[in-house]
Write a protein that binds this ligand. Structure first.
Ligand SMILES: *Cc1c(COP(=O)(O)O)cnc(C)c1O
Length: 404
């Protein structure tokens, strides 16, 4: 795609450190020489001549023709996120679910087999369990991180594998490098939903994954303002497999939301690093409290896969799960005693948010399925925000006391 030339295009974003890429990659100034990225609220584009219009459609001239296909603000977000992730290409979508849906449906066909981890975001599970079988895609779920179970499931030809790590809400860690190898041996592509780790803390493509998906609604916006999503992979996948699927089915990101997300990327690293540091402090507080049966945080030494988390993540992340001794009643007592942290099913926000997965995000599942996924009635999931650590610790400590 040709861009108006600017001083920035002389530099190679791939040579910059991630923090510089987050501020500068994808920047393409207009003739007004504005400082901040321009917002192109336009659905279409005009042509100087009939000939130019013809050439734009027959492929001899590469330019923007319609915002369902490409838009300058959406392209700036895609270029910047690709530079941060270290991916060849990125396609933005209207939501995280549009990203998951597009990444799977663009590559699967009747007769294909998909293997997925059991602990998945509820709507991802619906796509695999309810939607894909309608189109003749066979699926199998694997529980947890037991590599022998994955080896067994991937001993047959498999077109695609979908995992989340850390998983929602149990914070199980899956070995991305090992699963990439098993997936490739089975002839498939490994798709990683990297929402919980964010591009700041984990780089699945560098670990061998083929496709990364994001709900940009979470940490990338990070301020609870809009929905968005993204798929990152090599240029061949994005241009030839995913591109036509998105272009013709239309889950495109609004330029306005792309602009919010683009500005969100500038502070992503600072926010996630701070939130993750606060999360470690709070996880230790939770673990030491007598009301707690179990604190689940990849940055704690007590986490069953702490060593693996250290190997593939740069920090423990912004999410904590805890299981209370008193079951649902204790969980509700804790939630209702909080004065600062909000009860909300969202996550990745500047505001700390807490939810009871059993009755909200995972309500749709049967009790047996929830227990199989490691979700108990006394489990809570805390998304740590940007408030002062001391205020959060005081709020949480008082609510844990009330839960006893
Ligand atoms: C929120 C979320 C999604 C879905 O994203 P939306 O933007 O809500 O559509 C997918 N996967 C994970 C892990 C999520 O947390």
């Amino acid at each position: 795609m040709t861009r108006p030339s600017s001083p920035d295009s002389a530099a190679d974003p791939r040579a910059w450190a991630p923090r510089t890429r987050a501020i500068r990659a994808g920047l393409s100034r207009t003739g007004f020489h504005e400082t901040a990225e321009a917002l192109f609220m336009t659905s279409g584009y005009v042509y100087d001549s009939a000939q130019e219009a013809e050439e734009s459609f027959d492929g001899t001239r590469e330019r923007m023709v319609y915002s369902r296909f490409r838009n300058p603000t959406v392209a700036a977000f895609e270029d910047r996120l690709a530079a941060i992730e270290g991916a060849e290409a990125c396609r933005a979508t209207a939501s995280g679910m549009a990203a998951v849906h597009g990444a799977l449906l663009c590559q699967l066909k009747a007769g294909d087999r998909l293997v997925a981890s059991r602990s998945l975001f509820g709507s991802s599970q619906w796509i695999i369990d309810e939607l894909l079988p309608r189109f003749g895609v066979e699926r199998e779920f694997v529980d947890g991180g037991d590599l022998a179970a994955w080896e067994q499931a991937l001993s047959r030809p498999t077109a695609c594998v979908l995992i989340e790590t850390p998983a929602n809400p149990t914070l199980d860690i899956l070995d991305v490098a090992a699963l990439a190898e098993l997936t490739h041996r089975a002839g498939g592509r490994l798709v990683v939903d990297n929402v919980f780790a964010t591009p700041v803390l984990q780089s699945p493509l560098a670990l061998g994954a083929d496709v990364v998906v994001y709900s940009a609604t979470k940490h990338i916006d990070g301020q609870g303002r809009c929905l968005g999503g993204a798929v990152l992979a090599d240029a061949a996948f994005c241009n030839d497999v995913l591109g036509p699927y998105l272009r013709h089915t239309g889950p495109c990101l609004s330029p306005f939301n792309a602009w919010l997300l683009l500005k969100g990327l500038e502070t992503l690293e600072l926010r996630v690093e701070r939130q993750s540091a606060t999360a470690l402090t709070l996880a230790k507080l939770i673990e030491a409290h007598p009301a707690t049966a179990r604190a689940l945080y990849p940055g704690l030494e007590s986490h069953p896969q702490h060593a693996l988390a250290l190997k593939q993540m740069r920090a423990g992340g912004t999410m904590i799960a805890l299981e209370l001794k008193g079951g649902k009643a204790a969980a509700y007592r804790l939630l209702d005693a909080l004065r600062l942290i909000d009860i909300s099913n969202n996550l990745g926000d500047a505001k700390s948010l807490i939810t009871h997965p059993w009755t909200t995000t995972h309500q749709r599942l049967s009790p047996a399925d929830k227990l199989a996924m490691g979700i108990g009635e006394g489990m809570l999931r805390l998304s740590v925000g940007l408030e002062d650590e001391r205020d959060l610790a005081a709020d949480l400590a008082a609510a844990l006391d009330a839960a006893r």
